[in-house]
Design a protein around this ligand. Sequence first.
Ligand code: ADP
Ligand code: ADP
Length: 220
Amino acid sequence: MLRLNGVGRRFPNNVIALDNITTRIEPGAFIALLGPSGCGKSTLLRILAGLDTPDTGSLTWDDNTPPGPGDIGFVFQDATLLPWANAEANVFLPLRLAGKSLETARPIVRDTLAQLGLAGFEHAKPTELSGGMRMRVSIARALVSRPKLLLMDEPFAALDEFTRHRLQDDLFALWREARTTIVFVTHSIYEAAYLASRIIVMSPRPGRIAAELTCTLPDT
Ligand code: ADP
Ligand code: ADP
């Protein structure tokens, strides 16, 4: 899907967040970015999303086709939702920004909510939902445009263990079915080993790749 060629990112305060990152994101992969705080995981994710740009090195997309609108879904760490809007309106947002009307988009929005186990919660506001459900809405919003690449920054970190395992299992099943390429950030080796087809381990000062592991997935 894409290659990172010696990607570096230095912030104006002279912190080197990323140093010479070379790797590839293969289509259909489920990649865990693992490492301690400050090793550059979020910076790398933001660069993949096009929310930040490298100072050195480059990203090469397959067929030299950079992603267009809707090709990348991003899930922020705190499941940022519009607080005044219900689940349906939150998930509709990317399609609204793409110029679609709610009438035409509603079936896709409803399908996506249902895929994330949120059928019946279309009209619930974020304050009426649990943390796990807010994260599900956030993931539904990232998936509604059927992106080629789904990026998630610590999607499970704020959840209790039970909710986390259920969401992990649902996401894994979703990935198995749709084969959307996924890159997610985690601090947990367990989470990485449970979900990922490949693990990129990063180390800080400066942010480098310490190891890359190819995982054997359970054949369920
Ligand atoms: P991680 O997600 O692994 O915790 P980050 O990518 O957030 O790491 O940060 C990597 C390093 O870059 C850290 O030392 C952090 O303090 C620094 N950093 C991140 N964003 C900025 C910024 N906007 N300005 C200055 N320094 C930053
Ligand atoms: P261990 O002794 O290694 O902790 P257990 O035998 O206690 O393992 O439990 C492992 C079981 O927990 C697995 O069969 C798996 O189905 C279930 N499980 C569910 N979610 C997770 C998860 N995120 N990480 C690890 N195990 C999980």
